[in-house]
Write a protein that binds this ligand. Sequence first.
Ligand SMILES: Cc1cc2nc3c(=O)[nH]c(=O)nc-3n(C[C@H](O)[C@H](O)[C@H](O)COP(=O)(O)OP(=O)(O)OC[C@H]3O[C@@H](n4cnc5c(N)ncnc54)[C@H](O)[C@@H]3O)c2cc1C
Length: 388
Amino acid sequence: MITVEPRLVMVCRSVSDVVEGLRQGAASGERVVPRGGGHCFAGRSSTDGIVLDLSGLDEISVRDGVVTVGAGVLLGTLYAELHRHRRAVPGGCGPGVGIAGLTLGGGIGLLGRKYGLTCDRLVGVQVVLADGRVVECSESSEPELFWALRGAGGGQFGVVTSLRFASVPEPVMTRIEARWAGIDLAELVSAWQEWAPDAPDEVTVNLSVGAGGARLFGASMLGVAATRELLSAFGSSVELRGGLAYAELKSSFADPLERPALRMRSEFFTSSLRAGTVASLVGELSAGRELSFTAMGGTYNRVAAEATAFAHRSSRFLLEYVSDVGDPWIDAAWATGHVDGSGGVYPNFPDPALQDWASAYHGDNYARLQAVKRAYDPHRFFAFPQGI
Ligand SMILES: Cc1cc2nc3c(=O)[nH]c(=O)nc-3n(C[C@H](O)[C@H](O)[C@H](O)COP(=O)(O)OP(=O)(O)OC[C@H]3O[C@@H](n4cnc5c(N)ncnc54)[C@H](O)[C@@H]3O)c2cc1C
């Protein structure tokens, strides 16, 4: 994707800049794509046409617990600013990820089992439509568009210029981390998948395994003693650090994905991997290959699958298969895991190799999303492979 050269990059500092960018694209017939944090795995925030770089839409304000965020704000900046107000919005880990891209596809993070997806905290969105109209959407205004913007993925219906979230008081967190070498990986994966998705909502524990060993990492809203007791099955080598503000916790995690030239495929699981599948997956691990498990369950799943566009509300966990770009293991491992998988794929982890992408990303919500697309972008001004 880094070889794609836009003809024009417009750095937008206002809503009217966005309107002007869309007008220029319509006049020239070029593709126009919005860019927030630029972290899209499928490179959809680049084009050889016009890129609307939204980094100038960078305002953040907090009033009565409602946080209004410009669409160009990155997660690291947002968490640091909210910390000043002692507030938090549940969200992802990468500090360079854009709040708009994250939210439009869902938003999974260390507070999600307690407070839901980032998009579940949305109360309003301002959007510029393909025809240049600026609309405010919420439960009571343009409700179908508001529904679709919560979890279908970015770049589909219009250019979001700002988002409003119902924030929560910033929690005090306990940081969780353990590393093991020479451990029985199959036994560890089996133990994790039976425990982590059913842990108390306040506790999120994720797991990465590779040929060199395993890493357990996450966070708890409980104190150190209560967290240690909950994690007793994982042994005494689990390191806990209590008393961290959520923003401090976030910045304490180096993102395991921030590594050049990797490829990733993923799937949601509504039940545990069978023992034979676990054995096959860990048996094929070698240097550079990683299986990364994210715990779901909790509040994520207490929202009905049709309540927002995010269709994966019965998932126990998300599994990522990560390796170097050319490693054929990724497709082979994905196929091995898929036998036990739900078929659901996170829209924020777009996967160009998917055959049945519409049901994988959107499940039973796809027909309703098509109707929203016809209503708000009837000429498919915003279009990309696997787009609605
Ligand atoms: C290192 C890394 C860490 C990650 N960590 C997490 C995590 O912890 N949790 C999680 O849930 N996800 C995570 N993700 C996935 C992330 O949520 C998606 O990649 C997300 O789409 C990135 O948004 P962005 O704004 O940074 O990307 P961009 O590439 O700028 O945008 C992504 C898509 O949204 C569109 N878009 C961007 N801004 C707008 C807008 N204002 N209006 C309309 N469409 C828009 C773009 O055109 C593109 O199609 C991670 C990704 C990476 C690379």
